[in-house]
Ligand binder design. Structure first.
Ligand code: ADP
Ligand code: G6P
Length: 460
Protein backbone atom coordinates (compact mmCIF):
# COMPACT_ATOMS: atom_id res chain seq x y z
CA UNK A 1 0.00 0.00 0.00
CA UNK A 2 1.18 3.54 -0.77
CA UNK A 3 2.37 5.71 2.09
CA UNK A 4 0.36 8.86 2.83
CA UNK A 5 2.45 12.03 2.95
CA UNK A 6 0.62 15.06 4.32
CA UNK A 7 2.08 18.54 3.94
CA UNK A 8 0.82 21.63 5.74
CA UNK A 9 2.36 24.76 7.14
CA UNK A 10 0.99 24.17 10.65
CA UNK A 11 1.54 20.72 12.00
CA UNK A 12 0.99 19.27 15.44
CA UNK A 13 1.81 16.08 17.26
CA UNK A 14 -1.36 14.10 16.42
CA UNK A 15 -1.34 12.64 19.94
CA UNK A 16 -1.63 16.10 21.48
CA UNK A 17 -4.49 18.62 21.39
CA UNK A 18 -4.25 21.39 18.79
CA UNK A 19 -6.15 24.60 18.08
CA UNK A 20 -7.06 25.50 14.50
CA UNK A 21 -9.26 23.39 12.25
CA UNK A 22 -6.51 22.11 9.97
CA UNK A 23 -4.20 20.70 12.63
CA UNK A 24 -7.11 19.11 14.53
CA UNK A 25 -8.65 17.40 11.48
CA UNK A 26 -5.47 16.43 9.67
CA UNK A 27 -3.92 15.10 12.89
CA UNK A 28 -6.94 12.87 13.46
CA UNK A 29 -7.09 11.64 9.87
CA UNK A 30 -3.36 10.95 9.68
CA UNK A 31 -3.12 9.21 13.02
CA UNK A 32 -5.64 6.63 11.81
CA UNK A 33 -3.66 5.77 8.66
CA UNK A 34 -0.06 6.46 9.68
CA UNK A 35 2.41 8.10 7.30
CA UNK A 36 4.54 11.21 7.12
CA UNK A 37 3.49 14.75 8.11
CA UNK A 38 5.71 17.50 6.77
CA UNK A 39 5.57 21.20 7.64
CA UNK A 40 6.97 24.17 9.52
CA UNK A 41 8.55 23.40 12.90
CA UNK A 42 7.07 26.57 14.41
CA UNK A 43 10.63 27.80 15.03
CA UNK A 44 11.87 31.13 13.66
CA UNK A 45 15.64 31.53 13.26
CA UNK A 46 16.34 35.22 13.89
CA UNK A 47 19.43 35.58 11.71
CA UNK A 48 18.73 32.61 9.44
CA UNK A 49 19.44 32.65 5.71
CA UNK A 50 16.28 33.08 3.60
CA UNK A 51 15.39 29.89 1.73
CA UNK A 52 17.24 27.70 4.21
CA UNK A 53 16.15 25.85 7.32
CA UNK A 54 17.13 22.79 9.32
CA UNK A 55 15.06 19.63 8.85
CA UNK A 56 14.00 17.71 11.99
CA UNK A 57 12.65 14.15 12.01
CA UNK A 58 10.67 12.71 14.87
CA UNK A 59 8.32 9.77 15.43
CA UNK A 60 4.89 10.48 17.00
CA UNK A 61 2.97 7.22 17.38
CA UNK A 62 2.56 5.81 13.90
CA UNK A 63 3.15 9.19 12.26
CA UNK A 64 6.58 10.43 11.27
CA UNK A 65 6.91 14.19 11.67
CA UNK A 66 9.32 16.07 9.42
CA UNK A 67 9.62 19.78 10.18
CA UNK A 68 11.65 22.67 8.82
CA UNK A 69 12.66 25.90 10.58
CA UNK A 70 12.03 29.26 8.91
CA UNK A 71 14.37 32.23 8.86
CA UNK A 72 12.86 35.44 10.27
CA UNK A 73 12.76 36.95 6.76
CA UNK A 74 10.94 33.91 5.30
CA UNK A 75 8.51 33.74 8.22
CA UNK A 76 7.62 37.42 7.87
CA UNK A 77 7.15 37.42 4.09
CA UNK A 78 5.75 33.91 3.52
CA UNK A 79 3.66 33.31 6.66
CA UNK A 80 2.76 36.75 8.04
CA UNK A 81 3.00 38.52 4.68
CA UNK A 82 1.67 36.70 1.64
CA UNK A 83 -0.25 33.91 3.43
CA UNK A 84 -1.86 35.84 6.26
CA UNK A 85 -1.59 39.42 5.01
CA UNK A 86 -2.84 38.75 1.45
CA UNK A 87 -4.39 35.32 0.84
CA UNK A 88 -6.27 34.93 4.15
CA UNK A 89 -8.06 38.32 4.03
CA UNK A 90 -8.82 38.22 0.29
CA UNK A 91 -10.12 34.64 0.38
CA UNK A 92 -12.35 35.73 3.31
CA UNK A 93 -13.64 38.66 1.20
CA UNK A 94 -11.72 41.28 3.23
CA UNK A 95 -9.87 43.28 0.58
CA UNK A 96 -9.90 46.19 3.02
CA UNK A 97 -7.63 44.27 5.41
CA UNK A 98 -5.16 42.98 2.82
CA UNK A 99 -1.60 44.28 2.80
CA UNK A 100 -0.52 44.04 -0.85
CA UNK A 101 3.20 44.49 -0.26
CA UNK A 102 5.00 43.50 -3.46
CA UNK A 103 7.89 42.05 -1.48
CA UNK A 104 5.89 39.21 0.08
CA UNK A 105 5.51 37.02 -2.94
CA UNK A 106 9.24 36.38 -3.23
CA UNK A 107 9.27 34.89 0.27
CA UNK A 108 6.17 32.81 -0.51
CA UNK A 109 7.81 31.27 -3.57
CA UNK A 110 11.13 30.81 -1.78
CA UNK A 111 9.57 28.88 1.10
CA UNK A 112 7.50 26.72 -1.23
CA UNK A 113 10.68 25.93 -3.17
CA UNK A 114 12.55 25.10 0.03
CA UNK A 115 9.70 22.88 1.29
CA UNK A 116 9.65 21.07 -2.07
CA UNK A 117 13.40 20.55 -1.91
CA UNK A 118 13.41 19.17 1.63
CA UNK A 119 10.34 17.03 1.02
CA UNK A 120 11.63 15.53 -2.23
CA UNK A 121 14.57 14.02 -0.35
CA UNK A 122 12.11 12.07 1.86
CA UNK A 123 9.75 10.81 -0.85
CA UNK A 124 9.28 7.28 -2.17
CA UNK A 125 8.10 6.73 -5.75
CA UNK A 126 4.65 5.39 -4.83
CA UNK A 127 3.83 7.89 -2.07
CA UNK A 128 0.49 9.68 -2.22
CA UNK A 129 1.03 13.37 -1.43
CA UNK A 130 -1.73 15.44 0.14
CA UNK A 131 -0.98 19.16 0.50
CA UNK A 132 -3.10 21.43 2.69
CA UNK A 133 -4.10 25.06 2.61
CA UNK A 134 -3.26 28.43 1.17
CA UNK A 135 0.33 28.61 2.39
CA UNK A 136 1.38 25.87 -0.01
CA UNK A 137 -0.60 26.33 -3.24
CA UNK A 138 2.52 26.23 -5.51
CA UNK A 139 4.14 23.25 -3.75
CA UNK A 140 3.13 20.66 -6.35
CA UNK A 141 4.38 22.85 -9.20
CA UNK A 142 7.75 23.06 -7.43
CA UNK A 143 7.83 19.30 -6.84
CA UNK A 144 6.89 18.59 -10.47
CA UNK A 145 9.65 20.95 -11.65
CA UNK A 146 12.05 18.73 -9.70
CA UNK A 147 10.76 15.65 -11.49
CA UNK A 148 8.40 14.24 -8.81
CA UNK A 149 5.78 12.06 -10.49
CA UNK A 150 3.75 10.96 -7.46
CA UNK A 151 0.01 11.48 -7.30
CA UNK A 152 -0.65 14.85 -5.63
CA UNK A 153 -3.83 16.26 -4.13
CA UNK A 154 -4.52 19.64 -2.56
CA UNK A 155 -7.19 20.62 -0.05
CA UNK A 156 -8.07 24.25 0.61
CA UNK A 157 -9.45 24.74 4.13
CA UNK A 158 -10.57 28.32 3.50
CA UNK A 159 -13.26 29.64 1.13
CA UNK A 160 -12.72 30.45 -2.55
CA UNK A 161 -14.02 34.00 -3.15
CA UNK A 162 -15.93 35.04 -6.30
CA UNK A 163 -13.70 35.61 -9.38
CA UNK A 164 -13.48 39.39 -9.19
CA UNK A 165 -12.36 39.26 -5.56
CA UNK A 166 -9.84 36.52 -6.28
CA UNK A 167 -8.49 38.65 -9.12
CA UNK A 168 -7.39 41.24 -6.53
CA UNK A 169 -4.61 38.92 -5.36
CA UNK A 170 -1.32 39.98 -6.93
CA UNK A 171 -0.17 37.09 -9.15
CA UNK A 172 -3.57 35.35 -8.91
CA UNK A 173 -3.12 33.92 -12.42
CA UNK A 174 0.22 32.37 -11.44
CA UNK A 175 -1.33 31.02 -8.25
CA UNK A 176 -4.28 29.35 -9.96
CA UNK A 177 -2.09 28.09 -12.77
CA UNK A 178 0.11 26.38 -10.19
CA UNK A 179 -2.93 24.49 -8.89
CA UNK A 180 -2.99 22.61 -12.18
CA UNK A 181 0.16 20.75 -11.10
CA UNK A 182 -2.09 18.75 -8.71
CA UNK A 183 -4.25 15.85 -9.85
CA UNK A 184 -7.12 16.69 -7.51
CA UNK A 185 -8.17 19.87 -5.71
CA UNK A 186 -10.61 19.58 -2.82
CA UNK A 187 -12.68 22.52 -1.58
CA UNK A 188 -14.98 22.84 1.41
CA UNK A 189 -18.32 23.57 -0.23
CA UNK A 190 -20.28 23.64 -3.48
CA UNK A 191 -20.18 27.44 -3.35
CA UNK A 192 -16.38 27.26 -3.43
CA UNK A 193 -16.42 24.88 -6.40
CA UNK A 194 -18.78 27.19 -8.28
CA UNK A 195 -16.55 30.23 -7.58
CA UNK A 196 -13.50 28.30 -8.75
CA UNK A 197 -15.26 27.19 -11.90
CA UNK A 198 -16.39 30.75 -12.69
CA UNK A 199 -12.86 32.03 -12.12
CA UNK A 200 -11.40 29.44 -14.48
CA UNK A 201 -14.12 30.23 -17.03
CA UNK A 202 -13.57 34.00 -16.99
CA UNK A 203 -9.90 34.52 -16.10
CA UNK A 204 -8.17 31.65 -17.93
CA UNK A 205 -8.41 29.99 -21.32
CA UNK A 206 -9.07 26.59 -19.72
CA UNK A 207 -11.54 24.11 -21.17
CA UNK A 208 -14.29 23.21 -18.73
CA UNK A 209 -14.68 19.49 -19.44
CA UNK A 210 -17.42 18.85 -16.90
CA UNK A 211 -18.82 20.17 -13.65
CA UNK A 212 -15.65 19.09 -11.83
CA UNK A 213 -13.05 18.80 -14.56
CA UNK A 214 -10.88 21.47 -16.13
CA UNK A 215 -8.17 21.30 -18.77
CA UNK A 216 -5.50 23.98 -19.06
CA UNK A 217 -1.73 24.37 -19.35
CA UNK A 218 -1.50 20.84 -20.76
CA UNK A 219 -3.01 19.30 -17.63
CA UNK A 220 -6.42 18.00 -16.53
CA UNK A 221 -7.54 18.89 -13.01
CA UNK A 222 -10.40 17.50 -10.94
CA UNK A 223 -12.02 19.92 -8.48
CA UNK A 224 -14.65 18.75 -5.99
CA UNK A 225 -16.22 19.66 -2.65
CA UNK A 226 -15.18 17.52 0.32
CA UNK A 227 -16.66 19.19 3.42
CA UNK A 228 -14.37 18.52 6.37
CA UNK A 229 -15.79 16.90 9.50
CA UNK A 230 -14.83 16.04 13.06
CA UNK A 231 -14.16 12.75 14.83
CA UNK A 232 -17.57 12.50 16.51
CA UNK A 233 -16.77 9.41 18.59
CA UNK A 234 -13.48 10.85 19.82
CA UNK A 235 -15.21 14.06 20.81
CA UNK A 236 -18.04 12.21 22.55
CA UNK A 237 -15.50 10.11 24.45
CA UNK A 238 -13.63 13.27 25.42
CA UNK A 239 -16.91 14.56 26.83
CA UNK A 240 -17.16 11.52 29.08
CA UNK A 241 -13.69 12.12 30.51
CA UNK A 242 -13.08 13.59 33.94
CA UNK A 243 -11.83 16.99 32.74
CA UNK A 244 -14.91 17.63 30.62
CA UNK A 245 -17.26 16.36 33.35
CA UNK A 246 -15.59 18.61 35.93
CA UNK A 247 -15.83 21.56 33.59
CA UNK A 248 -19.51 20.87 33.01
CA UNK A 249 -20.24 20.53 36.74
CA UNK A 250 -18.36 23.72 37.52
CA UNK A 251 -20.24 25.67 34.84
CA UNK A 252 -23.62 24.35 36.00
CA UNK A 253 -22.81 25.32 39.58
CA UNK A 254 -21.66 28.77 38.66
CA UNK A 255 -24.50 29.50 36.23
CA UNK A 256 -27.29 27.56 37.97
CA UNK A 257 -29.68 30.51 37.73
CA UNK A 258 -28.42 31.83 34.43
CA UNK A 259 -28.44 30.95 30.74
CA UNK A 260 -25.10 30.56 29.07
CA UNK A 261 -24.28 31.69 25.53
CA UNK A 262 -20.92 30.57 24.21
CA UNK A 263 -18.43 31.56 21.51
CA UNK A 264 -15.12 29.71 20.99
CA UNK A 265 -12.55 30.48 18.31
CA UNK A 266 -9.17 31.88 17.41
CA UNK A 267 -9.24 35.65 17.60
CA UNK A 268 -9.67 36.28 13.91
CA UNK A 269 -11.54 39.01 12.05
CA UNK A 270 -13.25 36.36 9.92
CA UNK A 271 -15.10 35.10 13.00
CA UNK A 272 -17.37 38.16 13.34
CA UNK A 273 -16.56 38.87 16.98
CA UNK A 274 -17.36 42.62 17.09
CA UNK A 275 -20.67 41.96 15.33
CA UNK A 276 -21.42 39.20 17.84
CA UNK A 277 -20.81 41.48 20.81
CA UNK A 278 -22.98 44.19 19.26
CA UNK A 279 -25.68 41.57 18.73
CA UNK A 280 -25.44 40.53 22.37
CA UNK A 281 -25.83 44.18 23.40
CA UNK A 282 -28.89 44.32 21.15
CA UNK A 283 -30.29 41.18 22.81
CA UNK A 284 -30.03 42.83 26.22
CA UNK A 285 -31.70 45.97 24.89
CA UNK A 286 -34.49 44.31 22.93
CA UNK A 287 -35.24 41.58 25.50
CA UNK A 288 -34.49 43.05 28.94
CA UNK A 289 -35.50 39.80 30.65
CA UNK A 290 -31.99 38.63 29.73
CA UNK A 291 -30.38 41.38 31.82
CA UNK A 292 -29.07 39.67 34.93
CA UNK A 293 -29.88 36.21 33.56
CA UNK A 294 -27.89 35.63 30.34
CA UNK A 295 -24.11 35.51 30.19
CA UNK A 296 -21.96 35.39 27.08
CA UNK A 297 -18.71 33.48 27.54
CA UNK A 298 -16.42 34.42 24.70
CA UNK A 299 -13.19 32.46 24.36
CA UNK A 300 -10.90 33.93 21.69
CA UNK A 301 -7.44 32.43 21.64
CA UNK A 302 -4.44 34.49 20.48
CA UNK A 303 -3.69 34.11 16.78
CA UNK A 304 -1.28 35.79 14.30
CA UNK A 305 -0.80 38.76 16.61
CA UNK A 306 2.06 40.26 14.58
CA UNK A 307 -0.34 40.98 11.71
CA UNK A 308 -1.74 44.52 12.17
CA UNK A 309 -5.38 43.62 11.50
CA UNK A 310 -5.30 41.09 14.37
CA UNK A 311 -3.81 43.55 16.86
CA UNK A 312 -6.50 46.10 15.94
CA UNK A 313 -9.24 43.49 16.44
CA UNK A 314 -7.99 42.72 19.96
CA UNK A 315 -8.31 46.38 20.93
CA UNK A 316 -11.78 46.64 19.43
CA UNK A 317 -12.98 43.57 21.32
CA UNK A 318 -11.57 44.73 24.63
CA UNK A 319 -13.31 48.04 24.22
CA UNK A 320 -16.67 46.43 23.24
CA UNK A 321 -16.58 43.99 26.17
CA UNK A 322 -15.69 46.82 28.56
CA UNK A 323 -18.52 49.00 27.35
CA UNK A 324 -21.18 46.24 27.50
CA UNK A 325 -20.08 45.22 30.98
CA UNK A 326 -19.92 48.86 32.08
CA UNK A 327 -23.38 49.68 30.70
CA UNK A 328 -25.26 46.55 31.78
CA UNK A 329 -23.20 44.84 34.49
CA UNK A 330 -24.30 44.66 38.10
CA UNK A 331 -22.39 43.88 41.28
CA UNK A 332 -23.34 40.20 41.08
CA UNK A 333 -23.53 39.76 37.29
CA UNK A 334 -21.31 40.59 34.33
CA UNK A 335 -22.91 40.10 30.90
CA UNK A 336 -19.70 39.20 29.04
CA UNK A 337 -16.88 36.97 30.19
CA UNK A 338 -14.14 37.39 27.69
CA UNK A 339 -11.11 35.10 27.82
CA UNK A 340 -8.14 35.64 25.54
CA UNK A 341 -6.65 32.16 25.90
CA UNK A 342 -6.93 28.57 24.72
CA UNK A 343 -9.20 26.17 26.58
CA UNK A 344 -7.63 22.73 27.07
CA UNK A 345 -9.21 20.46 24.45
CA UNK A 346 -10.18 17.82 27.01
CA UNK A 347 -12.29 20.42 28.86
CA UNK A 348 -13.98 21.88 25.78
CA UNK A 349 -16.89 19.38 25.53
CA UNK A 350 -17.92 20.21 29.10
CA UNK A 351 -18.04 23.89 28.25
CA UNK A 352 -20.05 23.27 25.07
CA UNK A 353 -22.48 21.05 26.96
CA UNK A 354 -23.13 23.63 29.65
CA UNK A 355 -24.15 26.25 27.07
CA UNK A 356 -27.80 26.84 26.16
CA UNK A 357 -26.79 28.50 22.89
CA UNK A 358 -23.62 28.44 20.78
CA UNK A 359 -22.93 31.55 18.74
CA UNK A 360 -20.97 30.45 15.68
CA UNK A 361 -21.32 33.59 13.62
CA UNK A 362 -18.33 34.09 11.29
CA UNK A 363 -18.57 36.69 8.54
CA UNK A 364 -16.99 34.06 6.28
CA UNK A 365 -15.52 30.67 7.12
CA UNK A 366 -14.33 27.73 5.02
CA UNK A 367 -16.18 25.22 7.21
CA UNK A 368 -16.09 25.85 11.00
CA UNK A 369 -15.47 22.82 13.15
CA UNK A 370 -16.61 24.48 16.39
CA UNK A 371 -20.20 24.25 15.10
CA UNK A 372 -19.82 20.48 14.68
CA UNK A 373 -18.03 20.01 18.01
CA UNK A 374 -20.86 21.85 19.78
CA UNK A 375 -23.42 19.46 18.30
CA UNK A 376 -21.33 16.40 19.22
CA UNK A 377 -20.98 17.56 22.83
CA UNK A 378 -24.69 18.07 23.61
CA UNK A 379 -26.83 15.96 25.91
CA UNK A 380 -29.43 14.52 23.47
CA UNK A 381 -32.09 14.68 26.21
CA UNK A 382 -31.54 18.39 26.82
CA UNK A 383 -29.49 19.83 23.97
CA UNK A 384 -28.38 23.40 23.43
CA UNK A 385 -29.18 25.33 20.25
CA UNK A 386 -26.70 26.14 17.49
CA UNK A 387 -26.96 29.65 16.04
CA UNK A 388 -24.89 29.48 12.87
CA UNK A 389 -23.84 32.07 10.30
CA UNK A 390 -25.10 31.36 6.81
CA UNK A 391 -21.63 32.45 5.65
CA UNK A 392 -19.87 29.48 7.29
CA UNK A 393 -19.24 26.52 4.97
CA UNK A 394 -20.94 24.39 7.65
CA UNK A 395 -24.27 26.10 6.89
CA UNK A 396 -24.55 24.13 3.62
CA UNK A 397 -24.49 20.94 5.67
CA UNK A 398 -26.36 21.96 8.84
CA UNK A 399 -29.74 23.40 7.82
CA UNK A 400 -31.33 22.41 11.16
CA UNK A 401 -29.22 25.02 12.96
CA UNK A 402 -30.75 28.50 13.31
CA UNK A 403 -29.07 30.23 10.38
CA UNK A 404 -28.34 33.95 10.66
CA UNK A 405 -26.80 36.85 8.80
CA UNK A 406 -24.24 38.06 11.36
CA UNK A 407 -24.13 41.57 9.86
CA UNK A 408 -27.79 42.02 10.77
CA UNK A 409 -27.55 42.49 14.52
CA UNK A 410 -31.27 43.14 15.03
CA UNK A 411 -32.46 39.95 13.32
CA UNK A 412 -29.66 37.89 14.82
CA UNK A 413 -30.63 39.10 18.31
CA UNK A 414 -34.21 37.99 17.53
CA UNK A 415 -32.92 34.57 16.52
CA UNK A 416 -30.84 34.23 19.70
CA UNK A 417 -33.94 35.06 21.73
CA UNK A 418 -35.80 32.36 19.80
CA UNK A 419 -32.98 29.91 20.61
CA UNK A 420 -33.19 30.79 24.31
CA UNK A 421 -36.92 30.14 24.30
CA UNK A 422 -36.98 27.08 22.06
CA UNK A 423 -39.18 24.27 23.45
CA UNK A 424 -37.47 21.03 24.44
CA UNK A 425 -39.04 18.89 21.71
CA UNK A 426 -37.88 21.27 18.95
CA UNK A 427 -34.36 21.36 20.44
CA UNK A 428 -34.27 17.57 20.52
CA UNK A 429 -35.54 17.27 16.95
CA UNK A 430 -33.03 19.71 15.56
CA UNK A 431 -30.16 18.23 17.54
CA UNK A 432 -30.93 14.70 16.42
CA UNK A 433 -30.92 15.78 12.77
CA UNK A 434 -27.67 17.72 13.17
CA UNK A 435 -25.97 14.85 14.97
CA UNK A 436 -26.91 12.45 12.17
CA UNK A 437 -25.38 14.85 9.64
CA UNK A 438 -22.05 15.31 11.44
CA UNK A 439 -21.86 11.55 11.99
CA UNK A 440 -22.46 10.77 8.34
CA UNK A 441 -19.85 13.25 7.12
CA UNK A 442 -17.16 12.94 9.78
CA UNK A 443 -13.42 13.43 9.49
CA UNK A 444 -12.85 9.81 8.37
CA UNK A 445 -15.47 10.12 5.65
CA UNK A 446 -13.67 13.30 4.51
CA UNK A 447 -10.27 11.62 4.39
CA UNK A 448 -11.63 8.54 2.69
CA UNK A 449 -13.59 10.47 0.05
CA UNK A 450 -10.63 12.67 -0.82
CA UNK A 451 -8.06 9.87 -0.97
CA UNK A 452 -10.40 7.55 -2.90
CA UNK A 453 -11.03 10.29 -5.48
CA UNK A 454 -7.27 10.89 -5.74
CA UNK A 455 -6.53 7.18 -6.12
CA UNK A 456 -9.16 6.89 -8.85
CA UNK A 457 -7.33 9.39 -11.06
CA UNK A 458 -4.99 7.61 -13.46
CA UNK A 459 -1.31 8.12 -12.54
CA UNK A 460 0.30 10.98 -14.51
P1 ADP B 1 -10.23 27.71 12.34
O1 ADP B 1 -9.72 26.57 11.56
O2 ADP B 1 -10.45 28.95 11.53
O3 ADP B 1 -9.44 28.01 13.57
P2 ADP B 1 -12.43 25.90 13.06
O4 ADP B 1 -13.68 26.18 13.82
O5 ADP B 1 -12.64 25.17 11.79
O6 ADP B 1 -11.70 27.30 12.86
O7 ADP B 1 -11.44 25.01 13.94
C1 ADP B 1 -10.98 25.45 15.17
C2 ADP B 1 -10.47 24.28 15.98
O8 ADP B 1 -9.62 24.77 17.01
C3 ADP B 1 -11.57 23.50 16.67
O9 ADP B 1 -11.20 22.15 16.78
C4 ADP B 1 -11.65 24.17 18.05
O10 ADP B 1 -12.08 23.31 19.08
C5 ADP B 1 -10.22 24.59 18.29
N1 ADP B 1 -10.18 25.88 19.00
C6 ADP B 1 -10.46 27.09 18.50
N2 ADP B 1 -10.36 28.05 19.44
C7 ADP B 1 -10.02 27.42 20.58
C8 ADP B 1 -9.76 27.88 21.91
N3 ADP B 1 -9.84 29.15 22.24
N4 ADP B 1 -9.43 26.94 22.82
C9 ADP B 1 -9.34 25.64 22.47
N5 ADP B 1 -9.56 25.16 21.24
C10 ADP B 1 -9.90 26.04 20.29
C1 G6P C 1 -7.10 27.92 9.87
C2 G6P C 1 -6.26 27.69 8.64
C3 G6P C 1 -5.08 26.77 8.97
C4 G6P C 1 -4.31 27.33 10.15
C5 G6P C 1 -5.24 27.59 11.34
C6 G6P C 1 -4.51 28.22 12.52
O1 G6P C 1 -7.61 26.69 10.26
O2 G6P C 1 -7.07 27.14 7.61
O3 G6P C 1 -4.22 26.65 7.85
O4 G6P C 1 -3.29 26.42 10.53
O5 G6P C 1 -6.28 28.43 10.93
O6 G6P C 1 -3.79 29.35 12.12
P1 G6P C 1 -2.19 29.45 12.22
O7 G6P C 1 -1.84 30.68 11.43
O8 G6P C 1 -1.90 29.56 13.67
O9 G6P C 1 -1.61 28.20 11.65
Amino acid sequence: MSRLVVVSNRIADPRKPASGGLAVAVGQALEASGGLWFGWSGKIVENGTPGEGDLHLQQAGNVQLATVDLSREDHDSYYLGYSNGVLWPVFHYRLDLADFDAGYIGGYRRVNQMFAHKLASLLKPDDIIWVHDYHLIPLAAELRAMGCKQRMGFFLHIPVPPPLILAAVPAHDWLIRSLFAYDLVGLQSNTDVSHFSRYVGTETSADILGEHEFRAYGKTLQVQAFPIGIDVDEFTALGEGKDAQDMYAQMRREYSRRRLLLGVERMDYSKGLPQRLKTFRQLLQSYPENVGSATLIQIASPSRESVDAYAALKQELESLCGSINGDFGELDWMPVRYIHRNVARKRLPGLYRAASVALVTPLRDGMNLVAKEFVAAQDPEDPGVLVLSRFAGAAEQLPEALLVNPYDTLRTAETIQRALQMPLDERQRRHQALLARIREHDVYWWRHQFLAALAAIPAP
